[in-house]
Design a protein around this ligand. Structure first.
Ligand SMILES: Nc1ncnc2c1ncn2[C@@H]1O[C@H](COP(=O)(O)OP(=O)(O)OP(=O)(O)O)[C@@H](O)[C@H]1O
Ligand SMILES: [Mg+2]
Length: 461
């Protein structure tokens, strides 16, 4: 799926500026409306005052009316330079008795003594009109209409708009610049961190500097440093391992080379056969070493093949494995037996790796105990685990050596049989891959017990 690249700076600017600008504009619109409302109210009020003043110039006289509106006063009203005033006074019902212009009737139903204001057009000019039904006597009414050009009011509105809009625009620009500057400044440590990571060579796994960073970035950097240190550890482990493996492989291969050279110089068939036997032994050792290295690589964390994923019946696995190993044990003059109280013991795991685990333990027992000894493979339940023990009555391993035999390429005695020192490291990796553990204990009266505990399949899984 395509996704636009998200810029933190842009997001921050958007989230800070847009709401602010919207609020500022809404505030300005509100301010403008309130101001024009008051400007309208002032216009309407002055229309009403004028309307009432004009109405007072008409007095009832017997059945007729007396109009006391001197010409000078009329001129005064009409002559405002931009405040042109239009007015009409009519009797109800009846006709116009005073005025300078006929004005259109108000919209809707007129109400007595209730002023009505409306906008209309006169000579292509917008005007505001007051319509007032004025009570002269209890049964006589006057309809007074006063109109005034809207120009002055519109001018005031424009001035208000200009007076608020220009400083507001400048304020918005100044605020945007300040916010942009603040956001860029605030994000500077992130930039610094990015540059620190970008300019690194891939081999540089030293921790990133956290001191000068803000707290929000410190936890991220600490997590990154944690990752770097784990990667560093694993890379150095791999490097050590490759160096060790190359070193270990060199010995049998160098042996193989010199054995073949010697074989080529042999002249008698017997001598040649002896040499070839040695060549074969060296080749077998090399193959064993390579196989052990591959098994170890497969059982390491991160290797796909090491992922537990299938149901494995431990009872069947150790029964089969013991049966397969019996001929080799017999050939070495040993008694190998299987003792399991359980007909079935299912765990989640990788059958090939679990097989390697137990083969290594049984092979060790066959390899490192004297002729005539006994080996027992035992399976039982203990708490949440299935436990497999491989017990022999050989010479065992001393307490100081016990932890060391789990180290890669470590052997108690270099001249003891054909081994490369990887078996117990493999056993430990595979047991841990399956959430289990391996312990070494002394058998009674002598010998070794290799005890592997693996978590049982949980009910409902
Ligand atoms: N049952 C045992 N009794 C006595 N010593 C043992 C026993 N099992 C292992 N050891 C000792 O522990 C050492 C480490 O065993 P490990 O299986 O890791 O390596 P290895 O057998 O030498 O080589 P590999 O198994 O890789 O061929 C062996 O060299 C051996 O001395
Ligand atoms: Mg071994």
């Amino acid at each position: 799926m395509w996704r636009a690249k998200v810029s933190l700076q842009r997001q921050l600017l958007l989230w800070l500026l847009i709401p602010q600008i919207v609020l500022w504009l809404a505030g300005a619109a509100l301010y403008y409306n309130v101001a024009t409302h008051y400007a309208n109210a002032v216009t309407d009020n002055s229309l009403l005052q004028t309307g009432r003043a004009i109405a007072r110039q008409v007095q009832p006289l017997d059945d007729g009316l007396m109009i006391d509106f001197p010409r000078a006063a009329q001129l005064l009203l009409e002559e405002g330079p931009d405040d042109k005033l239009f007015y009409t006074v009519s009797t109800v019902p009846g006709g116009m008795i005073l005025g300078n212009r006929r004005l259109p009737a108000p919209p809707g139903q007129p109400a007595a003594d209730h002023p009505v204001f409306y906008n209309t057009t006169q000579d292509r000019e917008s005007i505001r009109v007051l319509s007032l039904f004025y009570r002269l006597t209890p049964d006589r009414w006057l309809h007074v209409q006063v109109g005034k050009s809207l120009q002055p009011r519109n001018r005031i509105s424009r001035e208000i708009l200009l007076a608020t809009g220009v400083p507001l625009g400048l304020l918005i620009i100044a605020m945007s610049v300040l916010v942009w500057w603040g956001v860029s400044r605030g994000l500077r440590p992130l930039d610094k961190l990015k540059r620190g990571v970008e300019h690194r060579v891939p081999q540089d796994l030293t921790p990133l500097e956290t001191e000068s960073l803000p707290v929000e970035l410190q936890s991220l950097t600490q997590a990154l440093n944690q990752l770097l240190s784990t990667t560093n550890e694993s890379v150095s482990r791999q490097r050590r391992f490759i160096a060790d493996a190359a070193h270990q492989l060199r010995t049998p291969l160098a042996g193989l080379k010199s054995q073949t050279e010697l074989a080529m110089r042999e002249t008698t068939p017997e001598g040649l056969r002896d040499r070839l036997n040695l060549v074969h032994a060296s080749a077998t050792r090399s193959i064993h070493l390579v196989n052990q290295l591959l098994t170890l690589a497969r059982s390491e964390p991160g290797a796909q093949a090491g992922m537990p994923g299938m149901k494995v019946d431990l009872a069947k696995l150790i029964r089969d494995l013991t049966a397969e190993s019996v001929p080799r044990a017999l050939a070495a003059g040993m008694d190998l037996g299987c003792d399991s109280a359980l007909a079935e013991a299912t765990i989640d795991g990788n059958p090939a790796l679990l097989r390697e685990l137990f083969i290594n333990l049984v092979e060790n027992a066959i390899k490192y105990i004297p002729r005539g000894s006994n080996i027992t493979v035992r399976l039982f339940e203990q708490g949440p685990d299935y436990v497999v023990e491989v017990e022999d009555d050989g010479n065992g391993i001393s307490d100081e050596q016990k932890p060391r035999v789990f180290e890669r390429f470590y052997r108690v005695n270099q001249n003891d049989g054909n081994g490369c020192g990887l078996g117990m490291a493999i056993v430990k990796e595979i047991a841990e891959r399956h959430g289990g553990r391996i312990e070494l204990a002394d058998a009674q009266p002598h010998g070794l017990i290799a005890r592997v505990s693996l978590p049982r399949q949980r009910p409902g899984e």
